[in-house]
Design a protein around this ligand. Structure first.
Ligand code: ACM
Length: 562
């Protein structure tokens, strides 16, 4: 092997199997002769390979068949064996007949499987294949080990939730995050678009949602108990074309984008924009502004017909922006709705009586059921945080189980679909080490190893209920993440461990091979370096990653399993 050659077989997430092809040369290489032989249904992946590997290698990757081709096919056999997201990748043929006369054969069970296989191909080419322009000297050999990789995901929902409400994430950073998700074979981006501290999506019919609701005068610096403020005004929102671009960019990477419009709590930014949305018989809602600190605001939506109509009008535009092509799900939040204003409101109390729903929890349930029906009538499915179980779950609803496993277990046993994202395990805003120098430390210590040992299916769940666990999601709440670098720091490298939990068929947590994962991470850090990710180094934060003197809210001890 020439000394400039390096290749990588330490894949993350780990595939089902990767076997050496003893009959093939020990390694093969991409060079000027390499072509793309793209069969029907493979054009998204061909475009991605040409754009991404083409940029990193400087190779033309022109269309063409023959012994130097990367052959891309959709295969009914692979679909039967591995499903639509499965793939088989054989490298190292070079015309010896063993890969059907091509250098590389990549077959997907469907277009998504093919795309995940292309991610594996890039990992096999080494860290340099993750850059946007060639860095190697002329004559560098883009080597591939001779392997057959057979692979398919464990879960069909492999999600990341980004809170773009507490701190706005500019569109370009969202597109980059989609690239990082694709590199980890994650396939659902849940965008938390609205909260007390900001409204982030343009709604043409109600322009003040972004004119007023998308910015705040200042922000709490650190946990809400911190005495510090960042006095720089903060804001931003996605225009409707920005959203279309994000959704299309995601779709080309086989990632579904699930929008979240959080109701009836977490709504102060909307009320600041349109005071009539609030409980006007309890407080002077015209005096509210977009919230500048963290926590759960008591200012929630009024349970009136006009509020329902307003949000239907919002959702009509949301449905247009987020077509059902990749996912029918629309997230309506439903979490953390304090009931004090409803208890004090004559209007809300009259509503409870009129509807015969008993109490404030019943009123919240009525609110959520309304949108469950409304979405179902339009061919969509509601998903909400596990509080939507309180007062009775709407018939077609799915649940994001965040307060632990319990809500997800109840929902799954009742036949509802569930995404497991317990805060004790996979909230990536929680600190990742116990040291004093973790920036604005929040919550429990959840190390890379802890995330690696997360199990999305609660032990003991009956198989019929377990079949309702659609998958799992890591959630990134951004109160203390003021920019992309902070999001990178909290998210990586733990997202790599999470991706393996979501994709790979790992054994029970206590039997997982952490040492092997950590060994493979050594190569993965080099990929993250090439991708320009500001991850947390294993030895701890770099000086500029610290936030000395800014108060967090660490929780001591191990998280309870609830
Ligand atoms: C949540 O963390 N409030 C869903």
């Amino acid at each position: 092997m020439p000394h400039e050659t390096s290749f990588e077989t330490d894949l993350i997430p780990a595939p089902l199997s990767a076997e050496s092809r003893a009959e093939a040369p020990a390694y093969a290489a991409l060079d000027e002769r390499t072509t793309l032989d793209a069969g029907p249904g493979t054009h998204d992946t061909a475009r991605w390979l040409r754009a991404t590997l083409g940029a990193a290698t400087g190779l033309p990757l022109a269309d063409g068949t023959g012994p130097h081709a990367i052959r891309l096919r959709i295969s009914a056999d692979v679909e039967r064996e591995l499903g639509a997201e499965g793939y088989r990748l054989s490298t190292g043929g070079f015309g010896d007949g063993s890969t059907e006369g091509s250098a590389v054969v990549l077959e997907g069970g469907g277009p998504a499987g093919l795309f995940w296989g292309a991610q594996t191909l890039r990992q096999l080419l080494g860290p340099e294949a993750h850059r946007r322009a060639p860095v190697a000297p002329a004559g560098h050999t883009w080597a591939l080990p001779a392997l057959t990789v057979t692979d398919a995901p464990r879960f069909r929902w492999r999600g990341l939730m980004l809170d773009v409400a507490r701190h706005f994430m500019p569109k370009d950073d969202v597109l980059r995050q989609l690239d990082l998700m694709a590199a980890h074979k994650l396939n659902v981006l849940h965008l938390h678009l609205t909260d007390d501290q900001g409204w982030r999506v343009e709604i043409r019919r109600h322009p003040r949602l972004t004119e007023t609701g998308s910015w705040r005068a200042r922000s709490k610096w650190g946990h809400r108990a911190s005495p510090l403020w960042n006095e720089t005004p903060h804001g931003g929102f996605y225009t409707q074309d920005d959203i279309r671009e994000i959704v299309a960019y995601a779709a080309a990477r086989h990632i579904a984008v699930v929008p979240e419009i959080d109701v009836p709590g977490h709504s102060q930014a909307a009320i600041a924009a349109y005071p009539e949305l609030g409980n006007t018989d309890v407080i002077d809602t015209t005096a509210l502004s977009v919230w500048d600190t963290w926590g759960v605001s008591p200012n929630v939506l009024a349970p009136t017909d006009s509020v329902l109509r307003f949000y239907e009008e919002v959702l009509e535009e949301v449905l247009e922006l987020f077509p059902a092509t990749l996912t029918p799900f629309v997230h309506i939040g439903g979490d953390e709705c304090p009931k004090d204003q409803w208890r004090a409101s004559a209007t809300a109390q009259a509503r409870i009586k009129e509807l015969g729903v008993g109490d404030e929890d019943g009123l919240q349930s009525w609110f959520i059921r309304h949108f469950d029906r409304w979405l179902a009538d339009r061919g969509r499915r509601l998903i909400g945080w596990d509080e939507i179980l309180e007062g009775g779950l709407a018939p077609g609803a799915a649940v994001s189980s965040w307060r632990g496993y319990a809500g997800g277990i109840t929902a799954a046993e009742a036949g509802h679909d569930v995404v497991m994202c317990p805060e004790q395990q996979v909230y990536l805003d929680h600190r990742q080490a116990s040291g004093e120098d973790e920036p604005m430390p929040i919550g429990y210590v959840r190390t890379l190893a802890d995330v690696y040992r997360f199990e999305p299916v609660p032990p003991g769940l009956a198989p019929e209920a377990a079949a309702h666990i659609l998958g799992t999601q890591a959630n990134v709440w951004t109160e203390v993440m003021e920019n992309r670098a902070r999001v990178d720091y909290q998210t990586q490298p733990r997202l790599a461990a999470f991706a393996e939990v979501a994709w790979s068929r790992l054994p029970a947590p206590e039997a997982r091979d952490l040492a092997d994962f950590e060994r493979r991470m050594e190569g993965h850090y080099r990929r993250l370096d090439a991708l320009g990710v500001d991850y947390r180094p294993p030895a701890g934060p770099l000086p500029w990653q610290r936030r000395p003197g800014v108060q967090g809210r660490p929780i001591e001890g191990a998280p309870p399993i609830v």
